[in-house]
Every structure is written in structure tokens, then in C-alpha cells.
Ligand binder design. Sequence first.
Ligand SMILES: Nc1nc2c(ncn2[C@@H]2O[C@H](COP(=O)(O)OP(=O)(O)OP(=O)(O)O)[C@@H](O)[C@H]2O)c(=O)[nH]1
Length: 314
Amino acid sequence: MNCDHCGMVQSAKNGKNGKSNGIATGNGFHRNGNDLPLFELPHKIVDLPSITVSFVSEAHIPTAKGCFRLRAYRDSSTNSEPIVLISGHLKPESTNVPVRVHDQCFTSEVIGSLKCDCKSQLDYAMDYMQRESPGMIIYLQQEGRGIGLANKILAYALQEHGLDTVEANVKLGFQEDERQYLCVPYILRDCGVNSIQLMTNNPRKIDRLKALGVDIVSRLSIVIPPNPHSKRYLDTKLTRMGHFLREESSFSLLNGVSKSSVSSSSNSPPAAPLPDLSDFVASKDRPPKEISKSHSEDTLNNGTINGVGIAKLN
Ligand SMILES: Nc1nc2c(ncn2[C@@H]2O[C@H](COP(=O)(O)OP(=O)(O)OP(=O)(O)O)[C@@H](O)[C@H]2O)c(=O)[nH]1
């Protein structure tokens, strides 16, 4: 099927339920062969006391991975602009939709840093959503697990002196993870999505989204094989942040790439003693980015997902 807007061939022939995908008419309606409206853009502002998420606009974007419908929002609680990439056509009240909630990583996604798995995860998610459309990626501007780009580079500097990614955040006066996902339930509701299959390895992300009322039916694994530069970061995610990483590589499964073809030699940190960190600590004078705590993220539970498809740690 060709995308009406980009003329690109869509990799998913049909919706995953075997039903024909709708056709975007460009006026906010998507119609099927019977000319029935499938999806009407809500253009609504979802307002709660401390958060306003407003839809701004949408456009079709051709990419190397296929055509996505990009929906842009503004989130007043973080003063940021969440972007949603949608493959295929979502119907109102959709259930079990594959969703990736992805946080910005300038270093890997723009300049190609090999220190983390973020860009490979984004690539994997885009391929997956095309293949299993309809699906969506909610892209949030939360660089460096919410500490911002400059602070993330500070954290990298500390990691060059032996700290791991968690210790570096803490040394800088941040929590190990400053991200929040208040906008996600509103964006899902705005897109007509009632329940999701969440693509993540991060148990905290699952808990936080559940605490915000997101109906997560199952988890989709997204394990990228390490390279010599990312191995320590991935090890830390496994051992200190509890990520589900002891699984067969999702990347291998999707791309047919043998895991053994990716080097995983050790990337030990420099043995040099820790320098005087007063320069870094001085940055604490500049307070960490303020993050609204007025919502239920403070009342997180440690529950696990009720339902199918949760990969277990061995
Ligand atoms: N502070 C900090 N942030 C990092 C570092 N490396 C990557 N990031 C950021 O980490 C975020 C991605 O978080 P991850 O913990 O890798 O993965 P996740 O999103 O929690 O979990 P998955 O859903 O399984 O991918 C992005 O915002 C990156 O910019 C680092 O060393 N320090």
C-alpha cells in the first residue's frame, strides 16, 4: 500500500488485525473503502491542574524506514514539545497498540555516539512499528534521562573518571533518573489509544506509566547487542537499574544480524584515580531542572504488569 502523502510503499500490507488500513484524506479524517470516517483528529487541549498538553499539528514524513504521521504537541509542565510518530492508521478506541516511549539522545541520534543503545533502539522501534502497524513512538525531549544535554556531558566527563551512569547523575545532584511521563496518557487518549504493548526493557518506565493510568497489556523487548563503547552502560542498566536485558537481542531477531557479529569486548573505565571533582560539584549551585511532582509519580508502586508477554529475567 502506498502512502497517500509521501507515495512511499508501506511495509505493512494491512492493519495487524487483517483489516484494511484507512486512507488519510488530509482534512483530519481517514476513510476506508466504504468512505466511513476512521479517525478524526481531536485537536483538543487536555487540561489538568498542573499539566496542559495541547495538540499543535501533524504532517506525513517520509523516512528511510517508511512513512510516519508526525503529531506535534506542547506540554506546559515540561515546557517541551513531545512528538508522536504513527505508522499506519489508528482507529478510535484502539487496543493493544505497540508503543515505544523514547527519550531524546542527541549524542547517539544526531552525532552517532556509540556510548549508549538509544539510536539503535529508535531505529529498531521505527522498523518494528512499520512492520506491525498501526504503532506509535512517543518521542520526549528528556535528554540525559531528564537532566538535559549539558548536564549529560558533565555526567559523561565523570564517567571518564570511573563513575558509572547512575553514580555520575547522583554526583551532579540529580536523581539517577529524572524523567517523567505525565504527557503520555494524554497523548494516548488524544490518539484514540486505550491500551498498549509497551516496548521497553525498563521496569521503572513500566511502573511510572502504570501509575499514571496507562493500560499496559504486555511488554515488547528491545534489546540491542553491546559494542565495546556501550557495554559498560548496558551492564549498569542491567545491574543497577534492573533493566530486562538478559534476553535474546531484539535487534538480531529483526535484522537477522548474528549477535556474534557484534563485538562485546570489555570497555573498562580508565584506571586513573578520581580527580578533584569540585568543578563538577560546583554545578550543583545551578539547581537541577525543576520537575513538577504534583501528580501521581510520587505515588509509584512497584507492581508488575498484569498480563501477557512479560519477559522474565533468567
Ligand atoms: N544522564 C545520562 N543519561 C544518559 C546516558 N546515556 C544515555 N542517556 C540518556 O538515557 C535516556 C535513555 O534511557 P535508557 O536508560 O538508556 O533507556 P530507557 O528509555 O530507560 O529504557 P528502554 O525503554 O528499555 O530503552 C536518553 O534520554 C539518553 O539521552 C548517561 O550516561 N547519562
